[in-house]
Design a protein around this ligand. Sequence first.
Ligand code: AHR
Length: 517
Amino acid sequence: MKEAKVTIDRDFSIAETDPRLFGAFVEHLGRCVYGGIYEPGHPTADERGFRRDVLELVRELAPTIIRYPGGNFVSGYNWEDGVGPVENRPRRLDLAWMSTEPNTFGTNEFMDWCQAADVEPMMAVNLGTRGPDDARRLLEYCNFPGGTELSDLRRAHGWEKPHNVRFWCLGNEMDGPWQMETKTAWEYGRIAAEAAKLMKWIDPSIELAACGSSSRNMPTFGSWEDTVLEHSFDHVEYISLHTYLNNYADDTPAFLASPDLMDSFIEEVVAIADAVAARRHSSKRIMLSFDEWNVWYRTRRKNEGRVKLGWPIAPPILEEIYNMQDALAFGGACISLLNHADRIKSACVAQLVNAIAPIMTETGGPAWRQTIFYPFKDMSTLGRGTVLQTKVDSPTYETTYYDPRGTSELRFPLPAVPYLKVSVVHNHDEDCVTIFALNRSLDESLSMKALVRGFDGLKVREAHQLRSDDLMAINTKDAPDTIKPSPLEGVEIRGEQVQARLAPASWNVIRLEVQKH
Ligand code: AHR
């Protein structure tokens, strides 16, 4: 059995987790909206067409903020198509996903759904086919109380009170050639800054995220952030990051190591943002909005997974079925996010339902939890509080992560990946310290000894694990509970020492009760 040591101290913290760190994403993509959160006529649908079975799972998953309406979709979206009497709304071709968009669900329905799900809305504006003028018009429609054409239009549509959306994304992945009206960093930086100015003149209380690189692999990564922030630094609070972990090479050790590259990505974006600040002699710190992250590869590069011919409405695309090892890589990503709580102030798992999602549904049928549901739920429900610094002393392994970029191949050598990846959060209100621990060894248990300093009266409140002898195991409609958490037995406490045996290839959560200070 391998052994790893972790040391934490009550006084050595990283930061308080922002509630927005536990967000998700709903895009007009495949069956995420239609047949996902919204399905009039479904046996569980309420009078507005919201699936109650999905709402129940969303509440259990506990996301805090939901990004909408895209994604690639937003770069061709006319928000006016999705408001007003449903019978007057146009059908349009959506060039992002080669589908027909019926527009029967739009901004106001989304706001109502957010209320029903008890989450904050995060809106993205179209800076692809449209621009700053459209962005300020949508903001006026959403946030202005009344007495102007657009705010009165909202009221006439039946939403008397403003939606008061606080968090706005200035476009989506504008560096990507797949995006409608891709831009250079210079072009986008200018447009983002101008859109931000107009929007803040209407509502100075909003918070804005500029698009960073759509992945660390983009050839423009680094210079993109630098140029975009050079233009928009004074006008925005956040720069975005996107990452989809993959196992294209069918190499589990490399896949499980890939969250460590997310750590590097985060630290690099922080460095670039702070370099822009330094050049301006500014003490302002741009925070990070990790507004798309997940595991995604089966339905990513192959056309049949991404597009269905004939411009269908809500086609079943990007319906990635997650197995046990995907949940482990996903858990590693959760740990990366928690451990950067000082700079990541919002993050959205992409997406929420059906399309690369923790929740799956059958149109007209049931809803169930995918394997990745569980690490997200653990992070969102138990990750509230102060993230503590961890000193980890773990045996390591060597691997190389592979990530295709277009036709070229990228290989990232990882010479020393610790088998143990860990994050620790102290929740003061609940007098609880939670250890999130991933054992990346595929064949050996890991004896984890954690020295938990500065807390009195340590006791195990609860401990569970997610594991399976079959790393390919999945949850399905007919077998929805194949992968689910089970108790983690045998956690021992001696004074400040917590000792646990982590099974090979396992995600573990240990909740310790501590005495009030
Ligand atoms: O989440 C799926 C897609 O991935 C989003 O629409 C896009 O922003 C990203 O490329």
